[in-house]
Write a protein that binds this ligand. Structure first.
Ligand code: SF4
Length: 585
């Protein structure tokens, strides 16, 4: 059984999903068509409630059979019994389906007597404080269960909603009106199950506040980008997801270490020595650098828990990624490949990418370079102005190259070490950075930039995979063997914002010094201490809270990268009309 609470593999519509459709058609599409899932406190609580009643798997007695039972575990508790006393035969966790109705359901509990049946649906929380003591999606779900029972020969004229939080039983009469509404919704939901386009989000609905998929749906963000006038004020955009993640990436750089499992924690050992343990709930991704092993049992566990394992070479080149089966629908990938064949779509994304990166490079220079390189800033402004009228990706490549040349020519002006160690580092003149070089980098700053970009491409790859996109198939960057081209597309706007900024901070604050590099004729590399220090600076930058430049709420840079991956997927799915890159002022 999956987290959605069903394990149905047929064309029949799960009645649980009928509830979601009645709540919000977009939620239904995300859950049922796109197979998206996210937990919040309400869904975890609801699943726990259902797990208690789903422990059994029983078959209903024939309508003319009855044999009273009194084994209901809830009956011994205070509050109301979930089952009506006049229907004494209790059968739990009953699977029923109907080709005629086109639905399938696992009923929590059914009370039967004398050919009559009453479905009992258990709900988390307290009884709703409204005139019907229930919400429409719950009533429709129960009515659908009633229709299934009727199809199986029972008389069924009402059902029961049992609210665990208040231990309250609410009788729901199966009126002609409720039946008609339920049949209508079954039909609409079955049609919607075949749609590939996301329905629009609800308009400023309080339902979104409790929706577990709000962070995937992004209702206000979608409305803002689709029709800005719908949002009266940019401060109306609700941030319906956490400001930052509690879980963080775990880097293992100890050569020869082995990662194992100990209860619900990761156990890191080297030989017989225990290096440390960390609870899995605190880990968002496991990054294995170089010669680090992981047990098969731990690998499987991480896949099941949706924690990606990232593999770096000893020299910290991003070389692979292991993930579980996360998103099982292929629509967004199909749209991605279609867009990659569409020159207009490719050009539109490429313009956003190049403009975002160039603007952020210019802003970083304007803010940090001393003295201010006014001439080059003006040149960059002129180059940026040409982007909207670029007619091809080739033309954009030229503009991007010219912007980069102006930017890197002034990069050293942003480096001003503020403590004695860093000043000594400056005096040695070993990092006479004048231009970008790589493979291998020849000086310390290029080594730092290359290392940082390798970290960033990992972050973007994970974010794209989480949205069901193929990181290896780019729109601006051409697919090439071993190159995560779409991750490179996504990371362009973030290079100056995350990596370059972390490099400047690490150098200027003395977190990185000359001792952190090994330079030879073959190139320049960071040593272990340098890598650790830079990872610290890089992760601190990702964790930094900022005001989102478009949506005006506070969140971390890491969240913004994931948000951009979600918006890229939405643009590919035609849920929003354009992809906007993130730029700072
Ligand atoms: S956040 Fe709102 S619009 Fe989006 S799926 Fe949930 S209820 Fe529907």
């Amino acid at each position: 059984m999956n987290k959605r609470g069903d394990n149905f593999q047929s064309d029949l519509l799960p009645v649980r999903m009928l509830n979601e459709y009645a709540y919000c058609p977009r939620l239904f599409h995300l859950m049922y068509v796109q197979d998206r899932w996210a937990d919040n406190l309400l869904t975890v609580d609801g699943r726990n409630v259902h797990n208690r009643v789903d422990n059994f798997d029983h078959v209903l007695p024939d309508p003319d059979e009855t044999s009273p039972q009194t084994d209901d575990e809830e009956s011994s508790q205070q509050g109301q019994n979930p089952c009506p006393d006049e229907f004494p035969v209790i059968t739990r966790s009953v699977l029923l389906s109907s080709e005629t109705l086109g639905i399938i359901a696992k009923l929590d509990l059914v009370s039967t007597a004398d050919g009559q049946a009453v479905p009992v649906e258990t709900k988390r929380g307290k009884v709703p404080d409204n005139s019907q003591q229930s919400w429409e999606p719950e009533r429709v779900q129960l009515m659908a269960q009633g229709l299934l029972l009727r199809e199986h020969g029972y008389q069924c004229d009402h059902g029961v909603l049992y609210f665990v939080g208040s231990r309250t039983r609410v009788d729901i009469p199966f009126t002609a009106e409720l039946e008609a509404r339920t049949r209508q919704l079954i039909q609409l939901a079955r049609q919607a199950a075949n749609e590939t386009k996301l329905p629009p989000p609800l308009d400023d609905s309080p339902k979104c506040n409790n929706c577990s998929l709000a962070g995937i749906c992004l209702p206000d963000e979608t409305r803002t980008l689709t029709n800005p006038s719908q949002i009266k004020n940019i401060t109306d955009v609700r941030r319906l997801f956490p400001i930052r993640d509690d879980a963080l990436p775990l880097y293992i750089q100890e050569q020869g270490a082995i990662i194992g499992k100990s209860g619900k924690s990761l156990l890191i050992r080297k030989g017989q020595e225990k290096i440390g343990t960390i609870a899995l709930k605190d880990v968002s991704q496991l990054v294995l650098c170089g010669n680090v092993s992981i047990t098969a049992q731990t690998l499987k566990w991480l896949c099941q828990e949706g924690i990606p394992i990232i593999h770096y070479t000893t020299g910290h080149w991003f070389c692979g990624l292991t993930t579980g089966i996360t998103i099982r629908n292929a629509f967004v990938r199909a749209q991605q490949f279609r867009a990659a064949q569409n020159p207009a779509k490719r050009l539109a994304l490429a313009k956003a990418i190049v403009a975002g990166k160039g603007t952020n490079q210019r802003t970083l220079l304007r803010r940090n370079a001393t003295p201010t390189p006014k001439r080059d800033l003006d040149k960059m402004t002129n180059l940026l102005a040409k982007i909207p009228s670029a007619r091809s990706c080739k033309h954009l490549l030229g503009l991007e190259g010219n912007l980069a040349a102006r930017y890197y020519a002034n990069f050293a002006a942003m480096l001003s070490p503020r403590n004695s160690n860093a000043a000594a580092f400056l005096q040695t003149n070993k990092w006479d950075f004048t231009s970008r070089n790589r493979r291998p980098p020849k000086d310390p700053i290029n080594a730092l930039l290359s290392f940082g970009y390798a970290l960033l491409v990992k972050e973007c790859t994970v974010a794209l995979l989480a949205e069901g996109l193929d990181p290896w198939w780019g729109l601006y960057h051409k697919p090439r063997h071993g190159r995560p081209a779409l991750a490179l597309d996504l990371m362009e706007e973030f290079r100056p914002l995350i990596v370059d900024s972390a490099v400047i901070t690490a150098v200027n604050t003395g977190m990185i010094t000359i001792k952190n590099f090994t330079t030879s004729r073959a190139g320049c590399v960071l040593n272990d201490a340098g890598r650790k220090a830079f990872i610290k600076a890089y992760e601190a930058r990702l964790d930094q809270l900022v005001t989102h430049p478009i949506f005006n709420y506070r969140c971390s840079w890491r969240t913004i990268i994931r948000l951009q991956a979600k918006l890229l997927a939405k643009w590919l799915l035609d849920d929003i009309p354009q992809y906007k890159s993130i730029t700072t002022r």
